[in-house]
Ligand binder design. Structure first.
Ligand code: ADP
Ligand code: MG
Length: 596
C-alpha cells in the first residue's frame, strides 16, 4: 500500500520477529513458550511447503513422514549410540535427503494427482513402519532422549529451546528467501505455469522439481530433529497422515506462495487447534478429534474466499515488488555471447519430414532449408500442418519419418531442452509466461544456459554478481525489442502484443542462432504487427535467422526473404514472396481455404 513507507514495510515483519525473541525473557507463561515452540517447528515444515507446493506446484501430504525420519533418526542415534546433536542433525538431514531423492526420483516425474497420492501412501507406509518395528519401540516409540547439549551447555528447558527453534526458523526463512531469489529459484517459481517454456530454454524441469522436493524434505527433517529434543521422546502418532495434512493447511492458510505466510499459518493453525481441542469436546459433550472437521470446513471456505491465504491478502495490500536499481545494471558485466555463423551458411535443413496422426497425414514429406541471416516464412491456410511441422522442428513432437538437421547435425526427435543448447530459440503460439513474475524475471529465465550458479551458491548469496549480469542481459534484450520501459511490471499486466514480444526477448537471451516463431502476429493490432515486423527485420540485420509460421499473408510478404507454402500437409510452393504471390496454386489455396 502506498501509505506505508517501504523501509517500514520491509522492516515490520522483522520487528515482529524481534519482539517475539524477547518473549521468554519477559517472563511469558510456560504455556505460551510451549505454543511458540510448536509454532516454530510447524513453520519450518511449512516453509518447505511454500517452495514445494506454493512455487513448484507439487502438493505433498506426506511432510510429516519426513519430520518422523528426522525425529526417529535423532532418537535412535541419541539413545542407542549416545550421539551428540551435531551428529544427529547431520544424520537426520542425510536420511531425509536420501529418502526424498529415492521417493522423488520415482514420483516427481509423475503428473497430475499421482504425486499427492504417492505422498499419502508414503506417509501411511512410514507411519506403520515406525509403529511395527521392534527396534523403534513399536507404537510406544522411544523415550529417554538425552537433553540437547552443545559444548557443555545444556539446552533443556522449553525457554532455552525456544531460542534454538526460532533461530532455526529464521535460518530456514533466510535460506528459502535466498533460494527463491536465485537462478534455481526462478526455475522453481515458474514450474507451475511455465514448465514447457522452461524446457525450451534448455532447463531440465524434472531436476528442479526433485530439488524442490528434497529441499522441503530437508526442512521437515530439521523440524523432526528439533521435535525429538523438545519432546525427548518419539512415537508414530505425530508423523501420521493427519499431521501431514495439517502442515499443508499451515502453508495454504498462510498463503501458499508466501514465506511469511508459512509462519503466520503455523501460528494460526497451532493456536486455533489448541483452542478447539479445549472447546469442542466441552461443547459436544464427548471427546474426539473434532478440530479436524472444523479445519476441513474452514479450509474449503478459505480456498474459495481467499485463495492467496492470510499473508497473500497482506502482501497484496502492501505491495512487494523490490526497487529496481538501473545504475547497478549499467555497471554489471555482460554475459558472454557466441559469434553468429556467416550469412548464407545452411542452418536448418528439413528433409522429407512426415508426421501422421492415425490415418491423417498432417505433414507430407516436406523439405526446406533456412540459412543464416534470413527470414523464412512458413505459410498456409488453417489446418495446413504448419504448427505440426513447427513442432517437429522445435522438438515438441518427433516426426514419423524424415530428418531434421541443424548446422549439419542430425537433430530429428531431439527434445526441446537439447535444441536450446544448440542455440535454437523459440516463442509459443499461445503465450507462455509467468504472469505474476516481473517482465525482467520472465526474460531472465531465457538466459539460464548462459549462467551457472546453483543451490549452494544461492543459499549463501554468492550469486549476486551473476544475478546482476543476468538482469542486465534481460534488460538489454528487453530494450532491444522495445520493452525497456516495462522491466518491473508483472508480465501478466502486459498487453498481448507485448507478451509476445516478451517471449522474443526471452528467446534472445538464449543467444540464439535461429529463432522459431509460431504465429507471432496472431491477435496483434495493425500497429503492433508493424512494430513486430520492424523488430524482426532489425534482428535479421544483426545476423539472426528466423523461421516464422504465419497465417496472415500480408504480414509476411514485405518481411521475409523466402516463403514455404503448405496446404493439406503438402508443400505447394517455395520461393521469393513476389513469385509466391502470383502462383495460381497459392492463390487457389488461400481463396479456397477457410481463412479466418
Ligand atoms: P496449422 O497450424 O497449419 O493450422 P496444424 O498443424 O495445427 O495446422 O494441423 C494440421 C492437421 O493435423 C489438422 O488437420 C489437425 O486437425 C491435425 N492435427 C494436429 N495436431 C493433431 C494431433 N495432436 N492429433 C490429431 N490430429 C492433429
Ligand atoms: Mg497453427
Amino acid at each position: 500500500m502506498s501509505g506505508v513507507h517501504p523501509t517500514l514495510r520491509r522492516a515490520l515483519p522483522w520487528l515482529a520477529l524481534a519482539a517475539a525473541a524477547v518473549l521468554p525473557l519477559a517472563g511469558a507463561p510456560a504455556y505460551w513458550i510451549t505454543m511458540a515452540n510448536y509454532i516454530g517447528i510447524g513453520a519450518i515444515v511449512a516453509l518447505g511447503l511454500v517452495v514445494l507446493t506454493g512455487h513448484a506446484g507439487l502438493t505433498s501430504f506426506g511432510q510429516a513422514a519426513f519430520v518422523g525420519i528426522g525425529a526417529y533418526t535423532t532418537a535412535v542415534l541419541a539413545t542407542s549410540f549416545g550421539a551428540g546433536p551435531l551428529t544427529t542433525l547431520l544424520a537426520s538431514v542425510a536420511l531425509t535427503t536420501a529418502s526424498a531423492l529415492l521417493l522423488g526420483l520415482i514420483t516427481v516425474r509423475l503428473s497430475g494427482h499421482y504425486l499427492p497420492l504417492s505422498t499419502i501412501a508414503w506417509c501411511l507406509a512410514l507411519f506403520y513402519l515406525f509403529g511395527n518395528l521392534d527396534e523403534l519401540g513399536k507404537f510406544d516409540g522411544i523415550t529417554g532422549i538425552p537433553a540437547l547439549a552443545v559444548a557443555g551447555v545444556t539446552i533443556e528447558s522449553g525457554r532455552a529451546l525456544y531460542y534454538l527453534i526460532w533461530a532455526a526458523v529464521a535460518l530456514s526463512f533466510l535460506a528459502m528467501r535466498n533460494l527463491l531469489d536465485s537462478r534455481p529459484g526462478r526455475v522453481i517459481r515458474a514450474l507451475r505455469k511455465g514448465a514447457l517454456m522452461e524446457e525450451s530454454c534448455g532447463i531440465d524441469t524434472a531436476r528442479y522439481k526433485l530439488l524442490a522436493f528434497v529441499v522441503a524434505a530437508v526442512l521437515a527433517g530439521v523440524a523432526g530433529w528439533l521435535y525429538a529434543y523438545l519432546q525427548r521422546a518419539v512415537n508414530p502418532t505425530p508423523f501420521g497422515l493427519g499431521y501431514g495434512i495439517e502442515y499443508l493447511f499451515m502453508a495454504v492458510v498462510g498463503g501458499v506462495g508466501q514465506l511469511w505466510g508459512a509462519i503466520a499459518g503455523a501460528a494460526l493453525l497451532t493456536i486455533v487447534k489448541d483452542w478447539l481441542q479445549g472447546v469442542l469436546p466441552a461443547l459436544l459433550g464427548q471427546t474426539g478429534n473434532f478440530e479436524i472437521i472444523v479445519f476441513g470446513v474452514v479450509m474449503i471456505l478459505l480456498l474459495q474466499r481467499a485463495p492467496d491465504g492470510l499473508w497473500g491478502a497482506v502482501a497484496r495490500r502492501w505491495g512487494r515488488r523490490p526497487a529496481f536499481d538501473a545504475a547497478a545494471l549499467a555497471r554489471a558485466e555482460a554475459l558472454t555471447a557466441q559469434p553468429q555463423p556467416p550469412a548464407g551458411a545452411p542452418l536448418l535443413q528439413v528433409q522429407a519430414a512426415r508426421k501422421t496422426f492415425g490415418g491423417l497425414v498432417a505433414v507430407n514429406d516436406i523439405s526446406f532449408e533456412v540459412r543464416a541471416g534470413e527470414i523464412v516464412g512458413l505459410i498456409g491456410p488453417n489446418g495446413a500442418g504448419k504448427s505440426t511441422l513447427f513442432n517437429v522442428v522445435s522438438g515438441v513432437a518427433a516426426p514419423t519419418a524424415g530428418e531434421v538437421r541443424f548446422q549439419g547435425r542430425r537433430i530429428t526427435g531431439w527434445p526441446a531442452r537439447r535444441l536450446a543448447r544448440l542455440r535454437l530459440g523459440r516463442s509459443f503460439q499461445h503465450v507462455r509466461l509467468v504472469p505474476e513474475m516481473s517482465v525482467l524475471e520472465n526474460v531472465m529465465i531465457g538466459a539460464h544456459l548462459r549462467s551457472r550458479r546453483g543451490v549452494a551458491a544461492s543459499l549463501l548469496r554468492l550469486n549476486r554478481a551473476e544475478e546482476v549480469a543476468l538482469r542486465r542481459e534481460a534488460a538489454r534484450q528487453l530494450e532491444r525489442v522495445g520493452l525497456g520501459h516495462c522491466l518491473a511490471l508483472d508480465a501478466g499486466a502486459l498487453a498481448l502484443g507485448q507478451q509476445r514480444t516478451l517471449e522474443i526477448a526471452r528467446a534472445l537471451c538464449l543467444d540464439p542462432v535461429l529463432l522459431l516463431l509460431d504465429e507471432p502476429a496472431a491477435g496483434l493490432r495493425l500497429q503492433e504487427k508493424q512494430a513486430l515486423a520492424a523488430l524482426l527485420g532489425q534482428l535479421r540485420a544483426e545476423g539472426l535467422a528466423v523461421l516464422l509460421v504465419e497465417h496472415d499473408m500480408d504480414f509476411v510478404m514485405g518481411l521475409v526473404d523466402r516463403l514455404v507454402v503448405m496446404e493439406f500437409g503438402t508443400l505447394i510452393k517455395e520461393g521469393l514472396p513476389a513469385d509466391v504471390r502470383r502462383d495460381p496454386k497459392v492463390l487457389a489455396a488461400y481463396l479456397g481455404g477457410v481463412d479466418e
